[in-house]
Design a protein around this ligand. Structure first.
Ligand code: NI
Length: 160
């Protein structure tokens, strides 16, 4: 496994549309392994292909406290949402910043696993927020595009 370079700020690749994964091979496994390692090292809860310069529809996530519940999503699609939540969001590609975004409270996602099998995932709260945030990355959308009306990006205080 190897760490990948996280693209940040105005890197144009963050604004591009990622293509579906069609080959479930060693190259994909390496990418997924590297993305997980990079996410854990950076202390993030999620990372999408474009953030490491790969325009493919792949996401890794882990919203667990113990950092031991890795989720790999290939070609993910949101199939159902319920309710809403308003809270602060950050992104490894926008270091040091935070913003208030309203997202669904419950999100159901259909995605392939690394072997190409379709699986169903359900998330509530932070996990639901993370599904939305990471899937947006695959379409070139950043959370700062979706800030609640009347709010702005801010820098969370160090001691928070
Ligand atoms: Ni992000």
């Amino acid at each position: 496994m190897a760490l990948r370079n996280i693209r940040v700020d105005d890197d144009p690749i963050l604004r591009k549309h990622a293509r579906p994964v069609t080959e479930f091979n060693d190259r994909l496994f390496d990418l997924l392994d590297d993305m997980a390692e990079t996410m854990y090292k950076a202390n993030g809860v999620g990372l999408a292909g474009p953030q490491v310069g790969v325009l493919r529809r792949v996401v890794v996530m882990d919203v667990s406290e113990d950092r031991n519940e890795l989720i790999e999503l290939i070609n993910p699609e949101i199939t159902h949402t319920e309710g809403s939540q308003t809270g602060n969001e950050g992104c490894l590609s926008l270091p040091g910043l935070c913003g208030t975004v309203t997202r669904p409270m419950v999100v159901q996602v259909k995605a392939q696993n690394r072997h190409g099998k379709w699986c169903l995932y359900k998330g509530e709260g932070l996990k639901a927020r993370c599904f939305c945030h990471e899937l947006d990355h695959l379409d070139g959308i950043l959370y700062k595009d979706k800030l609640d009306e009347g709010t702005e990006l801010f820098r969370p205080s160090e001691d928070e």
